[in-house]
Design a protein around this ligand. Structure first.
Ligand SMILES: NC(=O)c1ccc[n+]([C@@H]2O[C@H](COP(=O)([O-])OP(=O)(O)OC[C@H]3O[C@@H](n4cnc5c(N)ncnc54)[C@H](OP(=O)(O)O)[C@@H]3O)[C@@H](O)[C@H]2O)c1
Length: 204
């Protein structure tokens, strides 16, 4: 399965590395194909680099790991994304995409696709590269109203080494999932626990 990742920063690189190691073909959609990025992919299998406008055609799944405020610049390049599963991995903490509260909301209204899913936003990029803590896999969380797309994304998340991918609910739970991400940021950074922490649900 081809997965395009738009934005090859901390999150994009971590997801790309894990997905390619997990057997997926990854295409980075970037502003500029830099020497640094060429070096980054040089020792990795199944990863290629394309400008954003050429990166989406052959993928059914597009991950957005960009600063929220550049979303509309990106959509001008990609054009309509009808029928593709769009995964919003961003958090609109200080900056937002135009008049929208979240990238998710903006994608729902402006991308041409109904298959918009929130995922990968609720933990640090180090945990996306490696979700294993010894023998234990950490949990991931997902939200969005398109149930079929959610099933597809949950399978990908588990292939990447996360133990579980818990369903937060529909589109109305997306902002809650962004608040959940703020809880991770609060503990890791402001309460100084460090970035090697993760959420895990216990049940009995
Ligand atoms: N860092 C985390 O642990 C973490 C965890 C969960 C969620 N998030 C969220 O994920 C998003 C990305 O975070 P990050 O830490 O990966 O940020 P980052 O390291 O700054 O990466 C953002 C990437 O987006 C690229 N970009 C900017 N404008 C673009 C455009 N018009 N077209 C294509 N690419 C463009 C940047 O490229 P240039 O550098 O060339 O401008 C950069 O590679 C944010 O919304 C953040 O809140 C971050």
């Amino acid at each position: 399965m081809n997965i395009t990742i738009i934005g090859a920063g901390n999150v994009g690189k971590a997801l790309g590395e894990n997905l390619s190691n997990s057997g997926y073909k990854v295409i980075f959609g970037v502003k500029e194909i830099s020497e640094d990025l060429k070096k980054f992919i040089s020792d990795k299998k199944n990863i290629s680099l394309k400008e954003v406008k050429d990166s989406v055609l052959n993928s059914d799944i597009i991950i957005f790991s960009i600063p929220p405020e550049v979303l509309f610049d990106v959509l001008k390049e990609t054009g309509e994304l009808e029928n593709k599963i769009l995964i919003d991995a961003t958090n609109s903490i200080s900056k937002k995409p135009g008049e929208f509260n979240t990238v998710f909301e903006a994608l729902k209204k402006k991308s041409g696709s109904e298959k918009v899913i929130k995922c990968f936003n609720s933990t640090g990029f180090e945990n996306m590269r490696n979700p294993r803590y010894g023998d234990i896999g950490i949990d991931m969380f997902i939200a969005g109203s398109d149930e079929e797309s959610k099933k597809t994304v949950i399978k990908i998340v588990k292939d990447m080494g996360f133990e579980e991918c818990y369903d937060f609910g529909g589109d109305d739970k997306v902002e809650l999932l962004e608040k959940f991400a703020l809880s991770w940021i609060n503990l890791a950074i402001f309460q100084k626990m460090g970035r090697n922490i993760a959420f895990k649900i216990l049940k009995r």
